[in-house]
Design a protein around this ligand. Sequence first.
Ligand SMILES: *Cc1c(COP(=O)(O)O)cnc(C)c1O
Length: 224
Amino acid sequence: MTQEEYKIYIDGVIRRVEEARLKVSPHHIVKIVAVSKYVDSEAIKRLYEIGQRAFGENRVQDLRAKTAELEALPLEWHFIGNLQKNKINNLLDIDPFLFQALDSIELAKELQKRLEKRDMTLDTLLQINSAKEETKHGFMPEIAKEAYLQIQEECPNINLKGVMSIGAHTDEKEIIKQSFETTFKIYEELPNATICSMGMSNDFELAIACGSNMVRLGSIMFNR
Ligand SMILES: *Cc1c(COP(=O)(O)O)cnc(C)c1O
């Protein structure tokens, strides 16, 4: 694909997001985070040249390599993957725009300790395992609100901005929808939450219809 063809292709993706959000409300703004975990820095640069600024990675090592390689570009980096305790310092060195996957109280406490030591804060989303899948990380929906409030109370350097969830892993649209509705319901009850991150390449229109205001698009943005 030439760069011109790529731009036309991406315009098509953006149009789909536009149509989905306008069905909710003209005031419902949806942000696209391009998940670049499958591609190299060259591909990120191509998408940047079309106008994309927010990118997401799910491994700290990859995030570190790509932020270094693309240092000259004004990009906004999201960390969307599971964070192991022994990688916290590496993530904080990078100081991402948003950490989307806080998935346990234990991790929150460790993160708070390191943040405090560095005298920094980190914008963060609580990950919710809305479909209650064993293979997924995140808080169970029943305890998510309580955990959110506890972290807000006990971890002042973690700046909670909302929630993130991955839709149910199934082809059944109704089940995926239910998982998004579960996440949105929790989101609505949280004090000062402004970000509801849900929706990926295969289900972003449904996620937006259920209230998502941040979609994490990987394969569809890089045409894979
Ligand atoms: C990989 C990934 C995505 C993007 O997935 P696609 O299906 O390629 O759009 C979104 N969110 C998370 C947490 C991911 O790991």
